[in-house]
Design a protein around this ligand. Structure first.
Ligand code: ADP
Length: 546
């Protein structure tokens, strides 16, 4: 039947169908090939291997015989050929380098576009003249992207004339991007691995012993220097709870105690082992920021053990030297002082200039005496030798100390008072040293306060510990000097010559406070007065004190 319309005969329909099927099959196999490239390349984490895999794959899909991958080197601002397949010349061993923006591939990166070109033999756009020896007759180059940036160029080329179809260019672009992401991953992996290797080398070469645990306190890492501290081989130790590890019991107990401390970031302690070695241990929380919400994750512990035996030995000989020297100096000073006192009595009391000379000599001897005493006190407290603590009721101790110092204040016509609550919780302290600390504060308050001034000795308990404060309404201290007051030998510039001092009084108070596990502080306003304080840990938390 002829209805006037042109209807294709069966033959034509079959032909069209076949072409369509072929086209679909081609597309499907291209997509499959792109997928295969992506899958293969992204599984390879070794950068060179990933590059070679990518080239093999691309040549399997596009009907040409040569391909290359150049990567952007951001440091040098160049494009560097990193892999080639099917080229006549070797441009990888001595890499072909092209400035970004120069030549054809430089243009691909700079303008983020695909370039397709024919015969390149005498092409003026070649940045590397030697490349013309490749006698490339057709070439297509596509930018490779990763994380929104162009990271390189994927090129395919033919040594005979070749026409790249639009589909092939689409495939090239798709593969370039797949390869780009995979290479970026491989590059990141390589960077991470080399950083990890460096870190591991640093940890293992450290002279100090380093032990790390996971969040359950089980040993997850130990370096070479840490191995000798354990009585078993490191294979057996990894995974073991640190608190039960085969360590010297004193060391293990110290670590156990430090790991119970959840509040502070780090704890420090010294232990002396049976063999006489002294170790300084630092136990720190291992923290890292969560990838999900940046929260601080407690991820275990790091222990660093340092052999400080040589420092301890040096410390001991230093203390013994100072004590001997101080002792040897004090004796002749005592003799000289007695001689001066006798001399003063022997000479004519009306000879004012002679009396003055002797007064100066006596004052100087007394100063040297004070300096030696202060140095000895400082060394003594810092050595910890003879430091003996007991539970102390502070009220009588503070009242006694104020009474002991009252003549000094009365001589300057200064008034004073004790301000303490009826009940003060007890502290654990060495009474002798604590008294010395309060005496030093009171003596300073009197020295640096004008005659007629007022001094208060104040104590109170707070959650952070027991505070002992000495407040005066004296000359005060300039803000810029306040941070240095507790340093040895520091005196505020401009301190009057006639106010005698060694510059060690506050350093002694600080050492005493620290030996008790406490600390010192100061608040001061020039011309108005100062408050010097000590905080001591309470023997029991306030709630248990009632
Ligand atoms: P010094 O033997 O000089 O008194 P200290 O270590 O006791 O040494 O004090 C260091 C310096 O701090 C003093 O020289 C003084 O300048 C300043 N200082 C200490 N206490 C007070 C105070 N109550 N008022 C003002 N200045 C003070």
């Amino acid at each position: 039947m002829d209805n006037g319309l042109h209807t294709p005969d069966n033959q034509t329909l079959l032909q069209q169908n076949r072409l369509l099927t072929e086209e679909i099959q081609r597309r499907v196999s291209q997509l499959a090939a792109i997928n295969t490239v992506a899958a293969t390349v992204s599984q390879v984490l070794d950068l060179d291997m990933a590059l070679q895999t990518a080239l093999d794959a691309v040549l399997g899909i596009i009907g040409v015989e040569a391909a290359g991958i150049s990567l952007v080197d951001e440091k040098s601002g160049e494009l560097v050929l990193r892999a080639q397949r099917g080229w006549k010349l070797d441009f990888v061993s001595k890499p072909m380098r092209i400035k970004l923006g120069e030549g054809l591939s430089g243009e691909v990166v700079a303008h983020n576009k695909v370039i397709v070109t024919g015969d390149l033999t005498d092409d003026q756009r070649l940045a590397v003249p030697a490349f013309s020896q490749e006698r490339v007759q057709a070439m297509a180059m596509a930018p490779m992207h990763a994380r929104g940036r162009v990271i390189g160029v994927l090129s395919v080329m033919s040594h005979s004339p070749y026409h790249f179809s639009d589909e092939e260019i689409d495939v090239l672009k798709a593969i370039a991007d797949q390869v780009g992401v995979a290479l970026d991953n491989a590059r990141l992996y390589e960077e991470t691995r080399s950083q990890q290797e460096r870190l591991s080398a640093v940890i293992h070469s450290a002279a100090d012993a380093i032990i790390a645990t996971d969040d359950r306190g089980c040993i997850s890492l130990l370096n070479d220097a840490a191995k000798p501290f354990f009585e078993e081989s490191s294979d057996q130790i990894i995974g073991m709870p640190l608190q039960h590890a085969p360590l010297h019991p004193i060391l293990r107990d110290g670590l156990k105690r430090a790991m119970q401390n959840q509040d502070q970031t780090s704890s420090f302690f010294d232990v002396t082992l049976d063999d006489g070695r002294t170790l300084a241990a630092v136990v720190s929380h291992l923290r890292r920021a969560s990838q999900v919400d940046q929260a601080d994750i407690q991820d275990g512990w790091v222990v660093v053990l340092q052999d400080v035996s040589h420092l301890k030995a040096a410390e001991r000989s230093r203390i013994s030297f100072i004590q001997t020297a101080a002792h040897d100096l004090r004796n002749p000073l005592g003799v000289t002082l007695s001689a001066l006192v006798m001399l003063r009595e022997a000479i004519d009391p009306s000879d004012a200039s002679m009396q003055e000379v002797i007064e100066i000599a006596v004052a100087s001897i007394n100063r040297i005496h004070d300096l030696i005493d202060d140095l000895l006190n400082l060394e003594h407290i810092e050595s910890g030798v003879g430091f003996q603590t007991e539970t102390v009721d502070l009220s009588p101790l503070l009242a006694d100390t104020l009474t002991e110092m009252s003549p000094t204040m009365q001589r300057k016509n200064q008034s004073y008072n004790l301000n303490i609550p009826a009940e003060l919780p007890p502290v654990t302290a060495d009474v002798r040293w604590l008294r010395r600390a309060v005496v030093n504060y009171l003596s300073n308050a009197s020295k640096y306060t004008q005659p007629g001034g007022h001094i208060t000795l104040h104590a109170y308990a707070q959650d952070d510990g027991l505070h002992i404060e000495v407040q005066d309404n004296g000359q005060g201290i300039p803000p810029e000097a306040q941070g240095r007051l507790f340093e040895r030998f520091y005196r505020v510039p401009g301190t009057k010559e006639e106010i005698k001092g060694t510059g060690l009084g506050l350093a002694i108070v600080k050492s005493i406070a620290e030996a008790h596990g406490g600390h010192v502080y100061v608040r001061s306003t020039p011309e108005q007065g100062s408050t010097f304080g000590i905080t001591l840990p309470l023997a029991m938390p306030i709630s248990e004190n009632g």
